[in-house]
Design a binder for this molecule. Structure first.
Ligand code: HEC
Length: 193
């Protein structure tokens, strides 16, 4: 009889011990998965990746020009390679020394080149027009529109983007200068000192 009681006691202890372990394991499992969920939602690398994917997916190529050609804050550090005077209009055109050197030595205008035209009317700054070239730019355009790897942008005198400007006009007119890498003042760039 004593033996039987002892056995039952042992069995009960075992059951209790087992269920306790099981419980604590369960608890650990939930705690872990909560932690993982938390990490996933707060981890900067993961949310950054998702963010970039979303941005790329939401931005169609046709609306990226604003982001592509930024206002060239440092244009005046480059070379004022030509000035054009026509009735009440005066244009001062700047580019980088690298671009000038490339053109002078018969090399293609390098990727990253910015050309800035300051447009004055009656002696007063009226606007800036800018063209910028980068490897891979322009691929989304049909051949009849594309100006190689150039993009265009028009800025108001206060350096803000002129949203009203139809940039197709820039493409269609500069297309005529295709033989000179779409740059009308290519020869002036080549002959500057
Ligand atoms: C109707 C033709 C025409 C249109 C439209 C036009 N351009 Fe031009 N662009 C020229 C000509 C011609 C020159 C050479 C300077 C001059 O004679 O005024 C020039 C010069 C430039 C230059 C200096 C580099 C070069 O090609 O000589 C830049 C930069 C420029 N244009 C940007 C623009 C931008 C940006 C637009 C659109 C907002 C634009 N252009 C629209 C004809 C045009």
């Amino acid at each position: 009889m004593k033996k039987l009681l002892l056995l039952v006691f042992l069995a009960l202890t075992l059951v209790i011990a087992l269920s306790l372990t099981a419980c604590s394991r369960n608890y650990n499992v939930t705690a872990n998965s909560n932690q993982q969920a938390e990490q996933a939602s707060t981890s900067p690398s993961i949310s950054k990746q998702e963010g970039t994917k979303e941005n790329v997916a939401q931005t169609p190529p046709s609306t990226t020009v604003d982001e592509l050609v930024k206002f060239p804050e440092n244009y005046a550090d480059g070379v004022l390679y030509t000035t054009v005077n026509r009735s009440n209009i005066r244009e001062e055109i700047f580019t980088s020394r690298e671009a000038v050197n490339a053109v002078k030595s018969g090399q293609p205008i390098p990727s990253g080149t910015v050309i800035t035209l300051m447009d004055y009317r009656d002696g007063k700054l009226f606007r800036y027009v800018v063209m910028e070239k980068h490897t891979g730019w322009g691929v989304e355009y049909p051949p009849e529109k594309r100006n190689g790897e150039w993009e265009f942008q028009a800025f108001n005198a206060d350096k803000s983007v002129n949203e009203k400007e139809d940039l197709n006009r820039c493409f269609s007119c500069h297309k005529s200068a295709e033989q000179k890498d779409f740059v009308y003042t290519f020869d002036q760039m080549r002959s500057v000192k």
